[in-house]
Design a protein around this ligand. Sequence first.
Ligand SMILES: Nc1ncnc2c1ncn2[C@@H]1O[C@H](COP(=O)(O)OP(=O)(O)O)[C@@H](O)[C@H]1O
Ligand SMILES: [Mg+2]
Length: 355
Amino acid sequence: MSGRASASSVRPLVELRDLAKSYSGVAAVQPLDLDVAYGDFCAILGPSGCGKSTLLRMIAGFVEPTGGRIQIDGIDVTGLGPEQRPTNMVFQGYGLFPHLSVAENVGFGLALRKMPRPEIATRVAEALRLVRLDGFGDRTIDRLSGGQQQRVALARALIMRPKVLLLDEPLAALDLKLRHAMQEELRRIHAEIGGTFIFVTHDQTEAFALASRIVVMNEGRIEQVGAPQDIYLDPHSLFVADFVGETNVLSGVRTNGAVHLAAGVDFNAPGAEGAVRAIIRPEAVRQGAGEVTVQARITDVVFLGNALKIVARLPSGETLSARDPDVRRHASYAREATESFSWALADQRILDGAQ
Ligand SMILES: Nc1ncnc2c1ncn2[C@@H]1O[C@H](COP(=O)(O)OP(=O)(O)O)[C@@H](O)[C@H]1O
Ligand SMILES: [Mg+2]
């Protein structure tokens, strides 16, 4: 990718090799490999129960792997406890001490390390400034809002200057507006300290809003790793296509290098013979003829505010969903009318197999 020409020659900060965890013989994380580069803002994205927290806790040292190795900054930390690793973790429930002050909470880790008080005070003030809580040092935790508590939890982790900051669904407890504000804060803090963050989320919009790199997980496995735009535009599996945003999935079959979609269209697409799926994002589908054209009966037109969502039925019985950003074209989509819809060859992905 541009600007990273020498990335392959630079050692990653975090290297996971064959890392696995089973509970009583049941795999929570299947043996997996993953590299996280210095300065990355890496999202581990997947549905509930797919092993995200287990993976993060293994990196932090709170969960002992049943197989594999973890290297951080070139050092094998697999056998080390959490406090011996250059990591720090922000937990979903924050884990703050409710009766201690903000400053005592934030300075807790440094006090444990017997850092002199004046130095702790300086570092606490610095950390509180970073999360925009200057002047809140003397308050107790129970007198803070949820968003402010989140910032204290962040400051308490950042003050330890970890090489890797680990965040487990850090914004899940916040309402939507506050969550968006905190997403911007996290981006600012990440840029300001130039650190490496790995965060877990089941929310694809959050992963896209924050991450420079996304790791999509499913059932204890990594499905795909890539930049957000690669994950969105070039999903390698149906699971990824479906999990990150809305998508059209059309079934077809390939013979002699040509794909025939059940929706009633053929095009050249070399590859293995047999069943295929064509994946097309709704925003790539236009009204009218184009490189790949189908006929579809309009069943619904929904005004989304910033776009129209058009739902149509293909001759195969499959549904085709389209987006039109020009909401003034509402009248051009008549319900029950059969119309041509099309997309560019470059905007579709062909996946082999029926799954
Ligand atoms: N301490 C545990 N004991 C037994 N099973 C666990 C434990 N922690 C997690 N699991 C199981 O491992 C799987 C992955 O869990 P988890 O990593 O928490 O998923 P996620 O964070 O993606 O929701 C789940 O099936 C969960 O029930
Ligand atoms: Mg979890």
